[in-house]
Design a protein around this ligand. Structure first.
Ligand SMILES: [Zn+2]
Length: 333
């Protein structure tokens, strides 16, 4: 453009610039722009109808936009059944768009694995009259805990601007008809979905979902592929029981809440069982021998697990949790 033209149109140009700036200020999480700033997200296909989105390793931060957990979906021919919604509204919205584009189907059902921030903060992108959101019967209790509110305040700081004043946490309107010994099965399109109670092993409202015809289990935070699980202060014995519930019909594929999909769940389940069993037996022994935790930890031969991924990050915490549970159990006797 010749110089004089540019000069003549400058006021118009400035006006355009300022209206763009105003628009941006009015909509700080402007959906299109925010979506572009998110880490790359891709859909992994597991067979014809199952989609998995795998988050990054590590802690949630503004840098990774809270993209640290997995989610997935099943195309049924009559709509998508989604399992978990990722860790921020923008991630949830992006995930929904990718899934609907790839499958050519609309989301019909959302199942919440448990109300931990990294797994459900995308949920507002799925709210609406055409989508049924399902969670464990204990979800109300967890949702209303002080912890849930404190976590939101923390996320507004750590995940700004991805979690902000407009972030809305949504409680599932429908509760799964599950109990420790009872599953719920519902059908949509060509598949039956079985909801399985996680027995509160990791969180009070753990829920797993099996796609019966495909032998695929969405396991939430109860299952890990090829690594030491993060048990924290959960009771290893209850965790073992939950894994047995998960394996009642042995799955062909298991999708964890974090990390890679397992194509050999039996092997991963055996490893996790062996680990949890070892942890609870060794800690029960330590408590019976009146050893302190540090003493016990130092004297245990960890060589069976030491070379596994996540051992350094998770083992000591897991062991400490198991020690406290062993103490409690000893007191009960
Ligand atoms: Zn969790």
């Amino acid at each position: 453009m010749p110089y004089f033209d540019m000069f003549r149109s400058l006021p118009a140009f400035l006006a355009t610039l300022s209206s763009i700036a105003m628009l941006a200020a009015m909509d700080p999480l402007g959906s299109a722009q925010a979506a572009d700033d998110l880490p790359p997200m891709k859909l992994e296909r597991v067979g014809k109808d199952v989609y998995v989105i795998q988050g990054q390793a590590g802690q949630a931060s503004s840098a990774n936009a809270g993209f640290i957990s997995n989610a997935g979906a099943v195309a049924t021919g009559q709509g998508l059944v989604v399992f978990d919604t990722l860790g921020t509204p923008a991630l949830g919205a992006k995930m929904r768009k990718l899934l609907e584009e790839a499958s050519g189907e609309k989301v019909k059902v959302v199942v919440v694995s448990h109300y931990h921030a990294d797994h459900f903060y995308g949920i507002q992108a799925f709210e609406g009259k055409d989508i049924e959101i399902i969670a464990h019967p204990k979800a109300d209790e967890v949702f209303n805990e002080a912890n849930t509110k404190n976590r939101l305040a923390q996320r507004k700081q750590d995940l700004f601007p991805w979690v902000n004043e407009d972030t809305k946490l949504v409680l599932a309107a429908r509760k799964a008809k599950v109990a420790p010994g009872k599953n719920e099965t519902f059908k949509l399109g060509r598949y039956s979905f079985t909801l399985i109670d996680g027995l509160g092993a990791h969180a009070p409202d753990d829920l797993m979902m099996r796609v019966d015809e495909l032998g695929v289990v969405f396991a939430g935070d109860l299952f890990f592929t090829g690594r030491v699980p993060f048990v924290g202060n959960a009771n290893p014995r209850i965790w073992l029981a939950a894994l047995n519930r998960m394996a009642e019909k042995p799955p062909k594929i298991a999708i964890p809440g974090h990390g890679a999909v397992s194509h050999d769940p039996q092997k991963d389940l055996d490893l996790t069982r062996r680990y949890l069993d070892f942890l609870s037996k060794e800690m029960a022994k330590a408590v019976a021998n009146l050893q302190s935790f540090d003493e016990a930890y130092a004297s245990i031969d960890w060589s069976g697990f030491k070379n596994l991924p996540a051992f350094a990050a998770a083992n000591r915490l897991n062991a400490y949790g198991a020690y406290l549970h062993a103490e409690q159990e000893a007191l009960k006797k």
